[in-house]
Design a protein around this ligand. Structure first.
Ligand code: SF4
Ligand code: FES
Length: 240
């Protein structure tokens, strides 16, 4: 009972040995982000509800593992995040994400602005480790202003939530099971060209990797001058 009451009263918890304040209803990741503390994550974005799908944000709370984007902050929690064990697990999950899709960073328009690539850098990933799947995925260039390169989709679901919650359009969904899970486009043809998608949609600029791209904007910012080229993602907590 006392734990339930504590959870409703804003207070502090300890993250890697330092106190972090939290407010009503905040998760550990929300409170840490507001305090400028980095917990690696991919499928969470401060504008949208948590999905808890990528598990990169997994921390230990009083010794038990949990996704920090979904675990409510509570008084007195002892949260471990930046430990060799947790970072090693994150690196393994990132390597799995890389081999599951086709990620060729040097030729990707999103290189330097990609959160998957930037997170892999700070987790010390130097290679894929696992055998590459090389899946057969499509590029959808049917829309006049936007394109989808599904080779890079990590199924984080952020475009689904942005299109539903911010754009009120439901252009995207995730379908299939297991290894066949994939991104779906809500249109008669199943392609972007006859969907309601627009370049001004919130979902047009939410993808953490290089799937959802604006046409005719390729390499507008030179490689080497992009968001995560200049500062690691761990030093840009809460920045869009
Ligand atoms: Fe996430 Fe991008 Fe795939 Fe959408 S297209 S699920 S935002 S990786
Ligand atoms: Fe928490 Fe993806 S950010 S599970």
């Amino acid at each position: 009972m006392s734990n339930r009451i504590d959870a409703l009263i804003p207070g502090t918890f300890v993250l890697d040995g330092e106190e972090v304040e939290f407010g009503h209803g905040e998760t550990i990741l929300q409170a840490a982000t507001r305090a400028g503390r980095y917990i690696p994550h991919l499928c969470w974005h401060p504008e949208f509800g948590a999905a808890g799908s990528c598990r990169i944000c997994t921390v230990k709370v009083n010794g038990r593992s949990g996704a920090s984007c979904t675990v409510q902050a509570a008084c007195g929690q002892d949260v471990e995040s930046n430990t060799p064990e947790l970072n090693s697990q994150r690196k393994t999950m990132l390597q799995m994400l890389f081999v599951e899709g086709n990620h060729f960073c040097p030729s990707c328009e999103k290189s330097g602005n990609c959160r998957l690539q930037a997170t892999a850098y700070v987790m010390g990933m130097e290679g894929p480790h696992f055998e590459e799947f090389y899946p057969d995925r499509k590029v959808d260039a049917t829309h006049p202003d936007m394109m989808l390169d599904l080779n890079r989709c990590i199924l984080c679901g952020l475009c689904v939530r942005a299109s539903e919650q911010a754009d009120r359009k439901n252009v995207f969904a995730i379908g299939g099971h297991g290894i066949n899970t994939h991104l779906l486009v809500n249109s008669e043809s199943g392609t972007l060209g006859d969907s309601q998608f627009a370049a001004t949609d919130r979902a047009a600029d939410i993808c953490p990797t290089g799937v959802i791209l604006h046409k005719r904007r390729g390499f507008a910012t030179p490689i080497g001058q992009r968001q995560f080229d200049t500062k690691p993602i761990s030093d840009q907590v809460g920045e869009p």
